[in-house]
Ligand binder design. Sequence first.
Ligand SMILES: [Fe+2]
Length: 351
Amino acid sequence: MTRVDSTAEVQSEVRGKSGRMVRWEPGRHILRDAWFPVAHTPVLGSTPVRRYVHSQPYYIVREGDRFRAFEFHPEELKRRGKEASEFTGGTGEYPLVDRYGFTWVWYGNPDNADPALIPDIPFLPSRRSMPAYARVTNFFHCTYELVLENVLDLTHIDFVHGNFAGTFESEDDRITVDSTSETVTMVRTIKKKPTSEYQKKVLGVREKFQDVTTVTHVFIRSGICFLHAHYTSAPSMPLMQNNTPESPFLTRADAIFGLEQCPDITYRKNWPKTGPMVAAQDEAMLNPQNPRYLFEAPGPDMNTRFDTAGLVYRRRHQELLERQQMGDYSYNTDIGDGAKIAEILKVRRMR
Ligand SMILES: [Fe+2]
């Protein structure tokens, strides 16, 4: 992993290694050859459900114990089979894997669809899902790069979700950012942050302040992110959110909480219910941003040290894009560095 944690390095991240400004054109370019978790597996049945990845359609259906993903509605498969694209190698059927309670489909060359490339999610059991109350679905009306930038923007949590997470005051506030060719990991360590309204009124936390460690781990190709926050005297639990790029105008955010990492049963049942409210707070910020990026060329952004993770994300995204534009869709060996994520998240590894 590569670590960036000084202001000077942040500025060089804006400019990139060559000294040129990193081009940032969210919604304009597509990264291929990745697994996308497009549906909570328990919702699938014999009636096909349709999902999109970068506007490519996937019809997913349960056949007994088996799940299949097709390029066309199964009833049209015979008639339209000849139209099958390169994404299914001309067969009309995509590679599919059921893991961590999600149905993962491959977007790219099916010959490269190695299940070993599915991310390791240490806080979720690999062979079963979570109860319905721990699974949520939200939508953001913007391209997925903006969702990921938002997730990696530390300050937005204090200002947009202050009622749930606590406001911006603190005694000390530090970040570190690590990255590989495929991931960006941000850790924020805060001392003496005011206990939030939600923690006081709903959870009954009496302490006035919390020391908080927040971790965000983002997968650049697919948009998957892991989120977790530890508070000194309030419960929390990790979650995985898919952030699937359905189109440049719509991101599907299916999230699943790692219930078994949290001993507080009341919190386990109630915290996922805040999902739609938290998502609505983000949507209010993201929806108006999208046309500004898609239809008007933005000028250079102003940045502070708190934008480091977003800037590293832009640079890593650009590096992947340049590699793919040269025809190289492979994964570099540094993705193995992500294996320490259970340690960083401070979660118990599930089976
Ligand atoms: Fe947010």
